[in-house]
Design a protein around this ligand. Structure first.
Ligand code: UT7
Length: 329
């Protein structure tokens, strides 16, 4: 068997829509307030896409920045993989719209559906293609326009989510010389499929006037149940991933921006402070598949990903699904 090709992250990029939605906006029509939202989630504001903006638009901006930073052009891409639960259309995949608009004429393109673990699922898949010698340059994106799927009568879920996109270009580590992916894991437990759910519009509940009136195509969240799962999954994965390394080798943890209290509770279990953790939930809310790559790109921009140190990406969400990636930056 041919030896595995080591894979690196050659460049990252991100994009969030211009419209800023502060917590106060929800006070106009929901029984909620800024203080509750800040205390219970850490969120102060999020971004919502404009009416004429869709997920592929967000992807395009993030992808162009990641390709610029990686120093490649679209025709060099072999694969475009988008992690999203909010594609522009039910069919075709969001990734083919991105492939076409980028002019990535030599690339295959497909979406992966893993909710908040969507970017890490795309990354895991892209890494495997390159490691196996089946592709040399893969664009992976996590992107969501969840604002279109929020039930604005449900204070328990509407206040949490935001829109955005983050991207990374993967290539053989020997060519880019940075961000080597050392390890990557995915997991799932479909018995929890109803905890975070959009039950309408699929085969079980096709779109009808009644299903739309009942808001079955909007996101439904059992917050308390997923809270416990999120804390234990984040702490378990980080612990497992850093177990074999000295403490000072760890540079940064980039967790899914799910809820500030979930991140803090996981850090408590790990007996860690937040010094080595990237948190931007206060500005963007929970952007599902976009959350990890948007935070990663911000960390790169702020020079918090230090060459030679370890970066741990960790995500968990609907499915239930989870994933982690260990990188030597
Ligand atoms: O991205 C992966 C998927 N997302 C998650 O996994 C989300 C994880 N869960 C969470 O982040 C939190 O569970 C939430 C932010 C969703 C909710 O926070 P919580 O501290 O778990 O609140 P809770 O659901 O236990 O509700 C406590 C109270 C309830 O009132 P009662 O029954 O005690 O009278 C809720 O009705 O808070 C009420 N509540 C609110 N009050 C004001 C729920 N949402 C709101 C709100 N404003 N927006």
């Amino acid at each position: 068997m041919a030896s595995r090709i080591r894979v690196g992250i050659a460049g990252t990029g991100s994009y969030v829509p211009e419209r800023v939605v502060p917590n106060k906006w929800f006070e106009e029509f929901l029984d909620t307030d800024d203080e509750w939202i800040v205390q219970r989630t850490g969120i102060r504001e999020r971004r919502f896409a404009a009416d004429d903006e869709s997920t592929s638009d967000l992807c395009l901006h993030a992808a162009e920045e990641a390709m610029r930073n990686a120093g490649i052009t679209a025709d060099e891409l072999d694969m475009v993989i988008v992690g999203t639960i909010t594609p522009d259309y039910q069919l075709p995949a969001c990734a083919v719209l991105v492939q076409d608009r980028l002019g990535a004429k030599n690339a295959g393109a497909f979406d992966v559906v893993a909710a908040c673990s969507g970017f890490l699922t795309a990354l895991h898949t892209g890494e495997a293609f390159i490691a196996a010698g089946r592709a040399r340059r893969v664009l992976v994106i996590g992107a969501e326009t969840l604002s279109r799927f929020l039930n604005f009568e449900d204070r328990g879920s509407a206040i949490i989510f935001g829109d955005g996109a983050g991207a990374a270009v993967l290539m053989p580590h020997g060519e880019c010389g940075q961000g080597e992916i050392l390890r990557t894991t995915l997991g799932a437990d479909g018995s929890g499929y109803e905890f975070i759910h959009m039950p309408g519009g699929g085969v079980t509940n096709p779109a009808t006037v009644e299903s739309v009136e009942a808001k079955m195509h909007k996101i439904q969240l059992k917050g308390r149940e997923t809270f416990r799962f999120a804390v234990s999954t984040m702490s378990r994965l980080v612990k497992e991933y850093i177990a074999d390394y000295d403490e000072d080798e760890l540079g940064l943890i980039v967790p899914h921006q799910v809820n500030r209290r979930i991140i803090d509770a996981a850090l408590d279990r790990l007996e860690m402070t937040d010094e080595k953790v990237m948190v931007n939930i206060q500005s963007f809310g929970n952007t599902s598949a976009a959350s990890v790559p948007v935070a990663l790109h911000q960390a790169v921009t702020e020079e918090r990903c230090v060459p030679g140190k370890l970066v741990v990406l960790v995500a968990f969400g609907a499915g239930l699904t989870w994933g982690a990636t260990l990188i030597r930056w």
